[in-house]
Design a protein around this ligand. Structure first.
Ligand code: TPS
Ligand code: MG
Length: 274
């Protein structure tokens, strides 16, 4: 374990579009979706749309097939696998829903790379209908965030604060956060000096961060495409790992390996220290 937590947004950070719009558009329900949107919160529209699609005879299988065709940002899957293999703790924080995210991550073979998915609950009910519920039930109370950007159903900043509170106990030290949307601005403000924010360039979070640079304590590293995302993420992980092991590393022919990794790789019979 590296002591690094990597937090990924999902839509437009792992896949290259908004999963809600993708499902609605691909199943031919765009017009109804657009009619409903001015009348109720996004989250409630999605639940209602799933009800409509079920009534029209669209099955969970149909929805799964559409999700499995969602375009993935190139190089993101190898980047996630590499970050996991390097010992980072990977988590998702997303305003999509659990059913969509689990279906896509399993399809891509990276579901097991993540220790946590924080999102809107999504499950198939006894009638075979997909239900989508808010992460935070705004009918009972507001989540209380005053940043003016978070949607009523989810404040990602509160999720990050909960993750931060658990880090100290687990001995983890630093967060790398990747996101694109306005909802990723609030968690950016919660990150500390030792953390890293990776906003997608020219997307809403990029604009918000640039307008509020003095409020962001974390180091900012923008990315424009999957190749850049992969390169920057792995570079940050390597830099942190080297910093943390600067007195405890050996130079091998091709790369620097932390001494504890070398130790773990040696036969157990060798005397320690060797
Ligand atoms: C005012 C307003 N307009 C639209 C939306 C909905 N919305 C926008 S981006 C997105 C995907 C987020 O997934 P991820 O967090 O994985 O990027 C969703 C569900 C909203 N909540 N508020
Ligand atoms: Mg997003």
């Amino acid at each position: 374990m590296t002591g690094i937590v990597v937090v990924f947004d999902f839509d437009k950070t792992i896949i290259d579009l908004d999963s809600d719009n993708w499902v609605v558009d691909e199943l031919g329900a765009t017009d109804l979706f657009n009619q409903l949107l001015p009348t109720m919160p996004w989250n409630s529209v999605m639940d209602r749309m799933m009800n409509e699609l079920h009534t029209q005879g669209k099955t969970i299988k149909d929805i799964e097939q559409v999700l499995k065709r969602a375009p993935v940002i190139p190089r993101v899957v190898p980047a996630i696998k590499a970050a996991h293999a390097l010992g980072c703790d990977l988590k998702i924080v997303s305003d999509a829903n659990l059913f969509y995210i689990e279906t896509i991550l399993k399809h891509l073979g990276i579901y097991d790379c993540f220790s946590e998915i924080n999102t809107n609950p999504g499950y198939v009910d006894e009638e075979g209908k997909l239900r989508i519920l808010p992460h935070h039930d705004f009918n009972i109370s507001s989540h209380g965030c005053s940043c003016n950007v978070c949607p009523p159903n989810m404040c990602k900043g509160l999720v990050i604060e909960r993750i931060q509170a658990s880090l100290a106990k687990e001995g983890k030290k630093r967060i790398i956060y990747l996101g694109d949307g306005a909802g990723d601005f609030c968690p950016s403000l919660k990150l500390k000096e030792q953390d890293f924010i990776m906003p997608r360039k020219d997307f809403p979070v990029w604009k918000l961060i640039n307008e509020n640079r003095d409020l962001v304590r974390a180091e900012i590293h923008g990315w424009s495409n999957g190749e850049e995302q992969e390169h920057i993420l792995l570079q940050i992980i390597k830099t942190i790992t080297i910093e943390d092991n600067q007195f405890l590393s050996v130079d091998c022919k091709f790369q620097t390996i932390p001494i504890n990794a070398v130790h773990d790789a040696l036969p157990k019979a060798l005397p320690v220290p060797y």
